[in-house]
Design a protein around this ligand. Structure first.
Ligand code: AMP
Ligand code: MG
Length: 433
């Protein structure tokens, strides 16, 4: 848990010239979130884990290569190694085979001008050799090979010592989230342990008297709590430690206890529901009482109301996200704001998801003055052009619109109606991890 004090919200928002909590642009809100959590990024401690356990974790230190990769000059092809100076000035070059070199079983003798060694990919270049001709370019003739002199140049098909990585140079930088390729790279350096940041601890709960849990009867006017499940899914993907505080009933005692417990145990707390205007519940009141919170109306759809700041329990502070209650709004505000904050707090350096352009398959209605996150299906039309269409009803309570989609169509603040064929920004749900 982070002990360092978070800044006051006021100190962060006063840096913005036109801060208006009643009408905040998406990029302003994101800027405030980023500025607010940045100071806590350094507070996470480091732990050393086995290489397998480092997958998905954030590197705490640069990984410095203890060796040269490759450790010696070696062949990039199956073929014949020789000195480039042996290439004839006439049309044809002929060389005498004097031995063999395999990966892990090198030829140890010296190769003179006019000689060559049968060599396999990865085998150390024999003494006297700097060039390899691929086997398919030579004509084998007993103990000799012949090839066209123009088919190879001196130095071809040889990998140089330290070409991939020099001893003492950084192979991976602190802040990198370890991916499958990184596991391989770390292993290729012979390292079995990795220093990573402690995992962030994130608590969440749902608020609303109308919420029922799985297994309970659905009384009139009630809905099953789905937000804790989408939050569980999204947080699991981020690789944080999760604490589920359940559904919290709308009375001051339960609310106060839930916020205090969560703030005491977690680096960040996420709630859903109870932050919209005119809510006759205690969520906002208790947030105000225990924390330094701004209540925003963000110019976005879905996801307009959101509470952001810090809450305090005794000597411990946690970042607080009070997300709207509507299930799609929860996911949109999570990906738009919470994800950035949690990654930054985790010490990760990769923050922005990739935005790409796609052609709208149909016209899309859009009102200028707010950023819209429509749910889309991105497809490639066969000639390499990405097209995107909208998944049915886009209401902020329609989770099916998310499940059927594979991307957000992000319609910018000032953008008006989109005509079919126009390019729009899309952000894919799934990355190659
Ligand atoms: P609120 O922001 O509390 O006004 O909630 C807005 C809408 O989202 C209402 O229709 C709620 O019933 C619904 N809602 C709130 N929390 C949840 C939840 N945890 N799961 C599913 N729906 C919810
Ligand atoms: Mg509510």
């Amino acid at each position: 848990m982070s002990k360092s004090k978070l800044p006051s919200l006021n100190s962060v928002v006063t840096c913005l010239s036109d801060y208006d909590p009643e009408s905040l642009k998406v990029d302003q809100a994101l800027q405030i979130v980023k500025d607010f959590v940045r100071p806590s990024a350094e507070t996470l401690t480091t732990e050393t884990v086995e290489i397998y356990q480092s997958l998905g974790r954030v590197l705490a230190k640069d990984i410095i290569s203890p060796i040269n990769v490759p450790a010696a000059d070696n062949s990039a092809m199956d073929g014949y190694a020789f000195a480039g100076s042996s290439i004839s000035t006439t049309d044809k070059t002929s060389l005498k085979i004097i031995g063999k070199g395999f990966a892990g079983n090198a030829f140890t003798g010296h190769v003179n001008t006019g000689e060559c060694v049968r060599i396999m990919t990865g085998a150390i270049m024999p003494s006297g050799c700097d060039t390899v001709i691929p086997q398919e370019l030579v004509q084998l003739d007993g103990d000799d090979i012949h090839f066209a002199s123009t088919s190879v140049k001196s130095g071809d098909n040889r990998r140089l010592l330290g070409e991939d990585l020099k001893e003492g140079s950084p192979a991976l930088l602190a802040g990198k989230i370890v991916r499958p390729s990184d596991l391989g790279l770390i292993a290729s350096l012979g390292l079995g342990k990795v220093d990573v940041k402690r995992r962030l601890r994130v608590g969440f709960f749902s608020t609303g008297d109308e919420l029922r849990s799985i297994g309970q009867a659905l009384d009139p006017g009630c809905v099953y709590d789905s937000n804790r499940y989408t939050l569980f899914g999204m947080l699991s993907r981020l690789g944080v430690e999760i604490v589920d505080f359940g559904v919290v009933r709308d009375n001051p005692e339960d609310m106060r206890r839930a916020f205090s417990d969560a703030a005491a145990q977690c680096d960040a707390v996420i709630t859903s529901g109870g932050v919209s205007v005119g809510e006759a519940d205690y969520t906002k009141q208790i947030m105000r009482e225990l924390g330094d919170i701004a209540f925003w109306k963000i110019a976005m759809r879905p996801g307009r109301p959101m509470a952001f700041g810090s809450i305090q329990s005794k000597d411990h502070q946690a970042v607080l996200f009070g997300l709207p209650g509507n299930p799609v709004a929860v996911m949109v505000t999570f990906y738009q704001f919470v994800r950035y904050a949690l990654l930054a707090m985790s010490g990760a350096s990769e923050l922005a998801p990739l935005t790409m352009k796609a052609q709208a398959q149909e016209s899309i209605r859009k009102r200028p003055g707010r950023t819209e996150f429509q749910r889309g299906i991105l497809t490639s039309n066969g000639s390499g052009i990405n097209t995107v269409s909208i998944t049915g009803a886009q209401g902020s309570g329609v989770l099916r619109s998310m499940s059927e989609a594979n991307c957000f169509i992000v319609l910018e603040h000032d953008q008006a109606n989109i005509a079919a064929g126009e390019l729009v920004n899309v952000v894919l749900f799934e990355g190659l991890l």
